[in-house]
Write a protein that binds this ligand. Sequence first.
Ligand code: ATP
Ligand code: MG
Length: 365
Amino acid sequence: MGFISKTAAFMGMPALRNLVSDSIAIDMGSATTVIYVRGRGLVLDEPSLVAVNNITGEVIAVGREARQMYGREARDVSVVAPLVNGVVADFERTRTMLEHFVREARSGVSIFSRRALMSVDPVVTHVERRALLSAAEHARIGRVLMMEEGLAAAFGAGIKTNDLNASAVADIGSGTTNVAIVANGAIIHAHSNRIGSGDINTAIINHVRRHRGLAIGLPSAEKIKLELGSATLPEDLAAEMTVGGRDVLTGSPAAITITAGEIYPITQYVVGKILEGVLSTLAELPPEVAGDIYGRGIILTGGGALLNGLPEYLREESKLPVTVADDPRYAIVRGLEQMFDEPLLLRRVVRSEPLLDASSEAYSL
Ligand SMILES: Nc1ncnc2c1ncn2[C@@H]1O[C@H](COP(=O)(O)OP(=O)(O)OP(=O)(O)O)[C@@H](O)[C@H]1O
Ligand SMILES: [Mg+2]
């Protein structure tokens, strides 16, 4: 019995596998970062936020800890989202954030991080992709591979990699809605619109400031959206909640009561834009593909799919079957993780680029 097999027998196969096959799947979105480790499943689900000391520029908290400070930051602290619309807006902080998350994700049994598969938005430019890759390399993840988000979402939503008929997946994130048409393990057509569920939050903030004279923060807007927001006419238009903020005229602390009926048209405006984006992408399909989609409809993924009434609204307006993937927030990262079990397909779908850092070790697929 060789050393490896003896060690394997001693430690038990799974433990050994955990030590050496640490392949990680990363979906770093503008609102949330989710990480799966092969064989271990979900290991991290945190807001894509960092808290920065304004004087020293130092990052003092990341993820959930940064979110706790959001809106109530100490004098010299700002909480920022380093990714905007799925794109690196702040390179240094994206790198620090990713480094922190990967360290946290690794803190199980695994000690090696051999390779990571990350999802990318289809419209990211070459420069943006290099920024993301470079951030990942500086985060010392090992070999970094990239795969188009829509394909990962489709596999994660349960579409078979060898399914010859076309399926449509719409991933509704915070800043983008990404529609992908997939058949036979490849993308036929994809389009990303820069509108997402986070735009509902912004619209709520603007409405409350303009029409109710109250300045509210993003966390309060998110709370209103989750509690009262609906894509279809709310059953109880009078359902209400109280929200506090700063009176725009006097500057004093104040609060208002807001109802589901008041939030409905604001939410409607944004979901209408999301619908428009989805329909215009579907209008660009070849006839056979359009025929497949007519029968199969649209699968929704991403956190935006969880808005009350959204599948019903899209079904009604598009006259197509609309379903929500199981755990839609994790569909992309599930799809990425699946690729580790299909090396041939992985090779085909990754969009890797030469490593920028010569000191990084290259690993074969
Ligand atoms: N239960 C819920 N009900 C309504 N909206 C929700 C719910 N859970 C999450 N969301 C919304 O989903 C959005 C985040 O979704 P997701 O995590 O897919 O975005 P992301 O991947 O970070 O963004 P992007 O893909 O645009 O970069 C947020 O705007 C959040 O408010
Ligand atoms: Mg996303």
